[in-house]
Design a protein around this ligand. Structure first.
Ligand SMILES: [Zn+2]
Length: 318
């Protein structure tokens, strides 16, 4: 489900599953979308998307949630201008100590929250006619999930069971990931409906354990590994994690992306922009040195995104 309408999953082509076009860090209590300069954001992001598209990318998952700058009108305009298939989301982001949660998220039940998200899927975002293609939630990287964050996971599970949308959960380390997985399974959701997002913050041992239970392992910070970010070893860690998953026979559970971009509301010119290209200029050459074939790369960038994001209910068998 793209911002331009339904696309058959087998036509997705090369996809980046976790990127950003626009963000507004103001906070849910004071965010004002009417102040957004979409014309400026369009001019900044258009060449960056074209630069990425030149590497063959056809489908782009924009992971900015509601109350954090989700901007369907801008995404639609960029999709029209680039020919990219752009996908947006429903759901709420609880990470950063709930700064991006609207007041009703604190009081409503999982069923009520799921009702809102299902409605967005069925009716479109704010009656724009633009429908979300996945669920995005966020939890803090705590060793024990807070009751509020457990509730977000429960709401995502209910939304999945009613819509078939895949759950992309900003998570990070092992402990909250395992708790999310347990909640989802306890509610009857198979783990291949769930993307452990920012799994590069977890351990290879837990990647393997959760991937064997069906989960998608999303190693998605590749936009930030360039040496000029003071992270010359960053790429090596990604390569090690991906090679390890392949050696364990789990390349078919592995997703990669940059988590890059974006135009930041309130900063001059939208702030510093991280390009969506490190996978093509840095990661793929490094993986090829480790013996990765063209087929392996296609698995990561075409087959896995297609399998992960095809809309269908994935229910545990009783
Ligand atoms: Zn992100």
């Amino acid at each position: 489900m793209t911002v331009s309408g339904i696309v058959p999953a087998d036509q997705m082509g090369k996809a980046l599953i976790h990127e950003h076009v626009f963000l507004d860090w103001t906070g849910a209590d004071s965010i004002r979308p009417e102040l957004w300069d979409n014309a400026a954001a369009f001019l900044v992001t258009l060449p960056k998307l074209r630069e990425m598209k030149a590497f063959g990318v056809e489908t782009f998952f924009e992971c900015t949630p509601n109350y954090l700058g989700r901007n369907p009108a801008l995404l639609r305009r960029l999709a029209d201008s680039t020919g990219l298939r752009i996908v947006t989301n429903t759901g709420y982001y609880g990470a950063v100590r709930n700064k991006y949660l609207p007041a009703h998220a604190f009081t409503e039940t999982p069923e009520q929250l799921a009702g809102r998200w299902v409605r967005e899927y069925e009716k479109g975002l704010n009656d724009s006619g633009i429908r979300p293609g996945f669920i995005k939630i966020g939890v803090d990287g705590d060793s024990v999930l807070s009751p509020l964050h457990r509730k977000l996971v429960q709401a995502a599970a209910l939304t999945h069971l009613r819509t078939g949308l895949t759950i992309v959960a900003h998570t990070g380390p092992d402990a909250p990931a395992v708790q999310e997985a347990n909640i989802l399974e306890s509610m009857g959701v198979r783990l291949d409906a769930w993307v452990w997002t920012h799994a590069q913050g977890g351990t290879s041992a837990q990647h393997v354990a959760l991937a064997r239970r069906g989960a998608w392992i999303s190693l998605d910070g590749l936009g930030w590994v360039a040496p000029e970010n003071g992270d010359s070893s960053g790429l090596k860690k990604y390569v090690q994690q991906i090679v390890y998953l392949k050696d364990q026979g789990l390349l078919h559970r592995t997703l990669i992306s940059h988590d890059a971009g974006w135009y930041t509301h309130g900063q001059p010119g939208g702030g510093r922009f991280q390009p969506y290209t490190n996978i093509f200029t840095m990661l793929i050459p490094a993986l090829k040195k480790q013996g990765f074939t063209t087929r392996d790369i296609e698995q990561l960038l075409v087959k896995n995104p297609q399998e992960a994001f095809t809309i269908r209910v994935r229910r545990m068998e009783k």
